[in-house]
Write a new protein. Structure first.
Ligand code: FEO
Ligand code: CA
Ligand code: CA
Ligand code: CA
Length: 605
């Protein structure tokens, strides 16, 4: 009674209430299935996962740890066969080995090598399962692991830079491996982009660097201290910045993987700059130029945009993939400034909506470098690309509340940014509020949308906040102007995606409201703009990643289940295998029941 008719296509499901179930909890009428979990076979010949007897050789062939981004690339018009690509962001060794096997102060060489193999990405072929529903991974020549041992080609204007040369790679053009791959995207040409994010944590002895220029560069990227947490420097000197001073500069890039060609060499694209890339996502401008958006996920960091010089060639043939990939190596890199349109006095840090009814304003993209030309005083182009944060500081961009995933909406053309949280906003000695980051001590984050003025390659845009997240009962939240009594609480937006109707889907990391993280849908236009509904929740200690939302399938990556407590030998989560098992990060498919197990359209009745 009194319930308004549900009519936005794609969001017609009964929301999951906030909860703390050690399970993936989905709406009534839906089914779920684990697609692949940490340790499952990727490459043919992978040994069966054995938690108590893991080896590096096995992990090199198995699905890695802590899946984050998920990309699904259909190989036929019906999406029966698909390439599924997942990132493995980081390792938590205390949860990866039996408690009596792993001494954090003294990891064995084999354990360290397991961690190197558990990073990176996986490519698998996944088929629709007409009997049981969801997706099923099959042995396939496409299946591939990319790890910290896989060679990457460095491309773009910083390839061969003096700052990238090491004793193992005197040319500065070949990097072994990728790490901390967080969000990502599928490009219009069918490859995958992935951001190298929290790269600093892997390196030792930044605190011992005495050269003031090098020390300042390391500090600006968060490299600090002596021994690293994982102690990798004991088994490969490249993780010790006093021995290989340039190795840190070889991480923090956007990488590109071509899942269609299992023999392709992955690429690091230096023209997109080096910072804590959350991910990168592509929009094709009206004139055919390729635009890439990327956030630097740390408190008070910036949002970047890259615009190519060359033009996109349609399709995903090998030729088109090669051509379009090369567009990311020749263009202009920009950083964003967001200016509010309401009087500063109305942005009081409480989250109160200003008198004009919106947190909104205008923005501009400030050029940093194009090819070998720098636009930043005191920085060569090479320095702009490798030490992008310091170069960007000079042009006064807007310090944001941790820019996570940024994705263009294929239906309305606008671009959506998850700003996950920033409890330091307004703290002593830190930046105060502005209209784009309007809450002091922002624990629940917000979602911003912007629209380029005069096409995607333009340097001007208009922006507004879609959501100021949190408990809808709290005065400091805003749900696009929608009736807050009808929305799900949402906290700490992280990865974003769109369904075929253009509804925004948001996965969360770090729910500050006391219940588990989840996946949420929200229409971005029409009378239900801002109506957030929770579609699923994830197990204890996990964050929700991925996501992929097609017309009849949802995929989420459940990252770090059980990570909310140190490993005492009795984990806080036993998902997905149940009983007393160790939790395992995994990708889950969810679909609407129709008949027996045939999938129906997501959310459409
Ligand atoms: Fe790895 Fe910004 O989340
Ligand atoms: Ca305003
Ligand atoms: Ca993230
Ligand atoms: Ca995250």
């Amino acid at each position: 009674p009194g319930k308004p008719a549900k009519k936005v296509p794609g969001t017609d499901f009964d929301p999951v209430p906030p909860n703390t179930n050690d399970a993936v909890t989905i709406p009534p009428g839906y089914d779920q299935r684990v697609v692949i979990r940490w340790g499952d076979a990727v490459v043919p010949g992978a040994p069966k996962f054995d938690f108590a007897k893991q080896t590096a050789a096995a992990q090199e062939k198995q699905f890695g740890y802590n899946n984050d981004f998920v990309g699904l690339i259909p190989q036929d018009p019906l999406g029966i066969a698909n390439l599924l690509v997942a990132n493995h962001e980081y390792t938590t060794e205390v949860h990866m080995f039996p408690v009596d096997q792993y001494d954090p102060a003294n990891p064995t060489e084999e354990q360290v090598k397991i961690a190197w193999a558990a990073h990176g990405l996986s490519v698998v072929q996944a088929l629709r399962d007409p009997v049981h529903g969801g997706l099923r991974v099959v042995p396939s020549p496409f299946n591939r692991r990319i790890t910290l041992n896989t060679e990457f080609e460095v491309r773009g204007p910083a390839a061969g830079s003096q700052f990238l040369k090491t004793s193992a790679d005197p040319a500065g053009r070949t990097v072994r491996g990728t790490q901390n791959n967080c969000a990502g995207s599928v490009t219009p040409w069918g490859t995958v982009l992935s951001g190298e994010e929290n790269i600093n944590q892997y390196f030792a002895n930044a605190g011992a660097v005495t050269d003031p220029v090098q020390a300042a560069r390391l500090k600006r990227y968060g490299f600090s201290g002596g021994a690293s947490t994982r102690k990798w420097e004991r088994f490969d000197k490249r993780w010790d910045v006093t021995q290989e001073p340039n190795e840190p500069n070889r991480f923090g890039w956007v990488v590109e993987i071509d899942p269609h060609d299992p023999n392709s060499k992955p690429v690091k694209h230096t023209h997109l700059g080096r910072f804590k890339h959350e991910g990168a996502a592509i929009k094709i401008a009206e004139d055919g130029r390729v635009v890439a958006y990327s956030g630097d996920d740390e408190r008070f960091e910036y949002i970047y945009k890259y615009v190519s010089n060359g033009k996109y060639k349609k399709g995903n043939s090998a030729h088109a993939r090669r051509h379009n990939s090369s567009l990311l190596d020749d263009g202009t890199l920009y950083v964003g400034r967001f200016t509010g349109d309401s009087p500063a006095a109305e942005i009081d840090g409480t989250g109160k909506v200003p008198a004009d009814g919106e947190f909104d304003g205008s923005g501009e993209w400030l050029p940093l470098a194009a090819g070998n030309k720098s636009f930043v005083e005191g920085f060569t182009a090479e320095e702009v690309y490798v030490f992008t944060r310091q170069a960007a500081d000079k042009v006064l961009p807007t310090k944001m509340d941790r820019p996570e995933d940024i994705e263009p909406n294929p239906v309305n053309g606008r671009v959506y940014v998850a700003l996950t949280n920033n409890s330091d906003r307004g703290a002593a000695g830190k930046a105060g509020v502005d209209e784009a980051n309007p809450r002091n001590g922002n624990r629940n984050g917000h979602v911003l949308e912007f629209e380029e003025i005069g096409g995607a390659a333009s340097t001007k845009f208009a922006w507004r906040l879609l959501l100021v997240c949190g408990d809808p009962k709290a005065a400091d939240t805003y749900f696009g102007g929608f009736d807050k009594s009808q929305v799900s609480p949402i906290s700490c937006p992280d990865n974003v995606a769109f369904d075929p109707h253009g509804n925004l889907w948001i996965s969360t990391d770090g729910n500050a409201l006391g219940s588990h993280d989840g996946l949420f849908s929200v229409p971005v236009s029409g009378p239900e703009r801002g109506k957030v509904q929770q579609f699923l929740s994830v197990p204890t200690g996990a964050e929700t990643c991925g996501p992929v939302v097609t017309s009849d399938l949802v995929l989420v990556a459940v990252q770090h289940p059980g990570e909310n407590a140190p490993n005492s030998g009795s984990p806080t989560s036993h998902w997905p295998d149940g009983g007393t098992t160790q939790p395992r990060p995994a990708i889950v498919s969810v679909w609407r029941q129709r008949g027996r197990h045939l999938p129906g359209k997501i959310g459409i009745r």
